[in-house]
Write a protein that binds this ligand. Structure first.
Ligand code: URA
Length: 297
């Protein structure tokens, strides 16, 4: 920004709008040239996932990463250190709140009362879930978009309409399936969640899974697969494979598939999603999951 703009706040604002800024994401200005709250992971490299659904920077614990990708951490600048401390406080608070919730209603109330995630400030709603909480079939997406934030429900925009068609193709709907997201608040411009934002929401999601006690989990897209499974593998390699998600002693079959928003951009890949849906239907039938939903209704 030129010196002239620094002295003229209105012209500076117009310059920002012209540059594409259409949302405020904080109350105080941040000089990112001085201190970064988001130190680069994996030696500062930033790559994109196979699907282009977002950056492949992951919140994968170092123990899961190949030894060759380990880079010793650089000493943090004091400002960055303060931010990291706040973030780990928020993650600790999220863990405590989530663990204390013994019902879905309590978990929803805990999320609505949690102010540790900065995304919430710019959102109209905390988007919790939709569908049948007694269902044994759980779908997990990435994060609410604009329409979801307006209505306070997951998957009610364009991608949600396609998800409804995908469910209908295997005889499911929102009375027989349960739907939530990794994030409960919309990231500005629908950008990928940062590892810190995901880390703050994950304790709630993990408790959400425990309370719903699904018989299978379907992860919609690369971001859900990365954060729920902790794998940084691309979605094209992960999709269509039955893996396991552990809750206590119980192993829940989990499969990642392509995100409906991605399928809207790449309709030629719908055939891959269809294969995954057929495998899902087969699993639902073999485990008798629809009957189990009906019997507890
Ligand atoms: N995309 C998601 O991942 N979740 C939603 O709720 C909507 C769009």
């Amino acid at each position: 920004m030129s010196d002239r703009l620094k002295d003229d706040p209105l012209a500076a604002l117009a310059w920002l709008v012209d540059s594409g800024a259409d949302e405020t994401i904080g109350d105080a200005p941040v000089n990112r040239l001085v201190a970064s709250s988001n130190p680069p992971l994996e030696g500062g490299s930033k790559t994109r996932s196979v699907l282009g659904e977002g950056s492949a920077r992951s919140a994968v614990p170092p123990a899961f990463k190949p030894a060759s990708s380990f880079v010793p951490p650089r000493p943090a600048a004091p400002a960055a250190l303060a931010l990291e401390t706040n973030e780990s406080d928020s993650i600790g608070t999220a863990q405590t709140l989530a663990a204390a919730a013994t019902t879905l209603a309590e978990l929803k109330a805990a999320l609505e009362g949690f102010d540790g995630c900065a995304l919430k400030k710019n959102c109209a709603h905390t988007v919790f879930a939709d569908g049948n909480p007694l269902s044994r079939i759980m779908f997990i997406g990435e994060a609410p978009g604009a329409e979801e934030d307006r209505q306070g429900l997951p998957f009610v925009g364009r991608a949600g309409k396609l998800l409804d068609k995908m469910l209908a193709a295997i005889e499911l709907d929102r009375t027989s399936a349960y739907i939530t997201n990794v994030l409960n608040w919309r990231p500005p411009q629908n950008r990928d969640p940062s590892p810190e934002e995901a880390a703050m929401c994950l304790p709630f999601l993990r408790r959400h899974i425990e309370l719903v006690n699904p018989g299978i989990i379907i992860l919609l897209g690369a971001v859900a697969a990365r954060h729920v499974l902790g794998f940084s593998e691309g979605i094209m390699k992960l999709r269509g494979r039955w893996l396991e998600y552990r809750v206590g002693d119980v192993m829940i079959p989990v499969m990642a598939t392509l995100h409906p928003a991605y399928l809207l951009r790449q309709p030629s890949h719908k055939k891959l999603a269809w294969r995954d849906l057929q495998a899902t239907e087969k699993k639902i039938l073999s485990l008798g999951l629809l009957e189990k939903t009906a019997s507890v209704r």
